[in-house]
Design a protein around this ligand. Structure first.
Ligand code: AMP
Ligand code: GLY
Length: 422
């Protein structure tokens, strides 16, 4: 079978890397892909928004399965369009993906089905939003309603900061149409974790948990990014008791909720959770694999991902047997200097082979490009350096040893990925 992966980040490189290990796969394509996917698959120079071009390509190449990476593609209805063209696509429909693309929709879903989350209100009138803040206890969390690359969330410590945030989102339109509505919610304290589950509409399979590091600086300081590194499993935080509660309090009501609402959710569901003193609460639903969570989860998956995805598409996840490598994995993201602000591209990258020569190390590309025979930087997050080890400490030490062998001008990374788990 031929498979097409849609997207161009580290998550997509990890998906391509895992899918091509399947003995059932004859070829993997990636649209548009990056320099890393080009080494192990065939890149297809089509933007993810070109649904017509993707349909023509998939028909001409007789692609048997299409796996969609990014949230904006799902929100744009790629699964509906390619599905209507008779192609087999893994991912939720546009209407189901509103669980990620609209925070208001997600909040109402959780409230309707009793899924624990922060208490909140939502407003399309800025004056009402301001009035709500005046009556509330601080800190408060102010969120633009739509997709905003993880940046449309502002934690306001004071009424003045809340007023600024509402103005930025609703009046100045800092996040475009995502500012039509705001969600204002209670601040939750605790540690965050990422949960992934394959969902087929009737059944689900839960992956081991992972922990992301969203802020750019060590000690979780500075602005949020797409994610600066991950490790799995975060055993100290996500104990067997917490896993039990995630099943009972989040996944079971989620499955009942999609059925009651007729949402036909098929695909990957990734709830971002806060583990609070009262237990796990959902901060957001993501309707796709996490980035860089995928870069630590797929190296730990022992089975064939193609079997799993096909089972999800066919509604037969009840037949899947989970099999995970018990060894922990740690992924350190190397980013361009200046990220998540402005940065320059085109810096030559060296040392990837030397890093992988350590063994149990895989370097996943994100923003990379081949230019006149040289590998150069082409984005904010450049590489995800994943290592496995007998213990988390070993995986972490190996990941940092690998990072030390890789060079590009201005390379930025956090030195504390995994430290929370030790
Ligand atoms: P979201 O896109 O809704 O997941 O929010 C992005 C990030 O903002 C989360 O990963 C958290 O770090 C933070 N955040 C969001 N909602 C809350 C909340 N209610 N309490 C505390 N932190 C939050
Ligand atoms: N790493 C967080 C995300 O993919 O949303």
């Amino acid at each position: 079978m031929k498979i097409l992966v849609i997207g161009s980040g580290g998550r997509e490189h990890a998906l391509v890397w895992k899918l091509r290990q399947s003995p059932r796969v004859s070829a993997v394509y990636c649209a548009p892909g990056n320099a890393g996917t080009a080494e192990i698959a065939t890149n297809v120079p089509l933007p993810i928004s070109d649904h017509h071009g993707l349909i023509e390509f998939a028909r001409a190449e007789r692609i048997g399965l299409i796996v969609v990476g990014p949230d904006d593609a799902l929100a744009a209805g790629i699964v509906d369009h390619l599905g209507h063209a008779g192609l087999r696509v893994f991912g939720p429909t546009q209407s189901a993906a509103r669980l990620e693309s609209s925070k208001v929709f997600a909040k109402e879903f959780m409230q309707r089905h009793g899924i624990p989350t922060a208490a909140s209100g939502h407003f399309s009138d800025p004056a009402e939003a301001h009035r709500f803040c005046q009556k509330s206890k601080f800190p408060l969390v102010i969120k633009a309603d739509g997709l905003a690359l993880g940046k449309g969330v502002i934690i306001a410590q004071t009424p003045w900061e809340a007023a600024q945030a509402i103005n930025e989102i609703m009046e100045k339109r800092a996040f475009g149409a995502a500012g039509d509505q705001v969600v204002i919610e209670e601040f939750l304290s605790g540690q965050e974790c990422s949960v992934h589950a394959l969902v087929d509409g009737e059944n689900y399979v839960l992956f081991p948990a992972a922990q992301d590091h969203k802020q750019i600086f060590e000690g979780d300081k500075g602005p949020n990014t797409g994610g600066m590194g991950t490790f799995s499993p975060p055993d100290k935080l996500v104990t067997p008791e917490i896993i039990e509660r995630i099943h009972k309090e989040i996944m079971v009501p989620f499955m009942e909720g999609i059925k009651k609402d007729g949402l036909h959710y098929k695909g990957l569901l990734f709830p971002g959770l806060m583990i609070t003193e009262e237990g796990p609460k959902v901060l957001e639903f993501n309707c796709r694999f996490g980035d860089p969570e995928t870069q630590v989860l797929l190296p730990r998956l022992k089975g064939d991902l193609v079997d799993w995805i096909e089972a999800a598409v066919a509604g037969r996840l009840d037949l899947v047997e989970a099999d995970w490598d018990p060894r922990p994995a740690c992924c350190v993201v190397m980013a361009s200097g200046g990220y998540p602000g402005s940065y320059t591209k085109g810096k030559v990258i060296t040392g990837i082979e030397e890093a992988e020569a350590l063994g149990d190390v895989t370097v996943f590309h994100a923003g990379t490009h081949q230019e006149e025979g040289a590998l150069v930087t082409a984005g904010g997050r450049v590489l995800g350096v994943t290592a496995m080890g007998g213990t988390l400490a070993e995986a972490q030490a190996r990941a940092y040893e690998a990072v030390s062998r890789i060079h590009f001008e201005g390379a930025t990374f956090r030195r504390d990925i995994g430290a929370k788990g030790l």
